[in-house]
Design a binder for this molecule. Structure first.
Ligand code: PGA
Length: 250
């Protein structure tokens, strides 16, 4: 299975010109890599159109969506609007949205269904806040709840598929990734849970949280890890190149 690398630019960069340059740089790596993984770029909504015009070999992704196509959602962007712009993947339930915008598992579930209905692939983010002072069982139950509530009813939908990103919150944005062995173990657990829910065995489960040039190769040496959701390193072309090449198995 081709690995999936999704660059989550978050609130970066500061101008559309810089966004175009970053998209060009990313697309250039994909173009040159032999047997490249699927590489998606999730820019801020504001730059989606400019990025779409720039890329040829990467996939366009969005960082969030409204859960309804029509409705009074000031400041939100609807699934049908994303779809019309050429978006293929939509990140749902990123921990920063759960924390700063109080997004619940139920809201994620609504968004996932709306994304599927619009013909795009949702990327559901799950992950625990901390492991300190928690038993393995507690952490697993927490993630299981995010999956079962977030994906409720989804297996019944005729759909293009779902992607899961396991992102332990304590590992995001600080350079302190989970150990590849522990990440792979959690991903195995996630695969068991989603298969019980009825999702296909081929559903990709990515790791996210400080993926960079120093840890990508070891992470991808675990065959359970189907790719990565990359924040900080997706903003540096030199570093992203290592991640993409590591995912390509070189
Ligand atoms: P990071 O971000 O790679 O900077 O840890 C990952 C994410 O938040 O998706």
């Amino acid at each position: 299975m081709r690995k999936v690398i999704i660059g989550n630019w978050k609130c970066n960069p500061g101008t559309v010109q810089a966004a175009i340059a970053l998209a060009e740089g990313t697309d250039g790596i994909v173009f040159r890599a032999e047997d490249p993984p699927i590489v998606a770029i999730a820019p801020p909504h504001l730059y989606l159109d400019a990025v779409r015009e720039t890329i040829e070999d990467s996939v366009l992704a969005a960082q969030d969506t409204s859960w309804e196509d029509v409705g009074p959602h000031t400041g939100s962007v609807a699934p049908r609007q994303l779809r019309a712009l050429g978006v293929k993947y939509v990140i749902v339930g990123h921990s920063e949205r759960r924390a700063a915008h109080n997004e619940t598992n139920e809201m994620c579930n609504e968004k996932i269904k709306a994304v599927l209905k619009a013909g795009m692939t949702p990327v559901l983010c799950v992950g625990e806040l901390t492991r300190k002072g928690k038993t393995k069982r507690f952490v697993r139950e927490f993630v299981k709840k995010q999956l079962t509530e977030g994906l409720k009813g989804v297996a019944k939908i005729k759909q293009k598929g779902v992607i899961i990103a396991y992102e332990p919150i304590w590992a995001i944005g600080n350079g302190k990734a989970d150990t590849p062995a522990d990440a792979a173990e959690m991903i195995c657990f996630i695969k068991e849970v989603i298969s019980k829910i009825g999702l296909p065995k081929t559903t990709p489960v990515l790791y996210g949280g400080s993926v960079n040039e120093g840890n990508a190769e070891e992470l991808f040496s675990y065959e359970e890890i189907d790719g990565a959701l990359v924040g900080t390193a997706s903003l540096k072309i030199g570093e992203l190149r290592y991640v993409i090449e590591a995912a390509a198995g070189r």
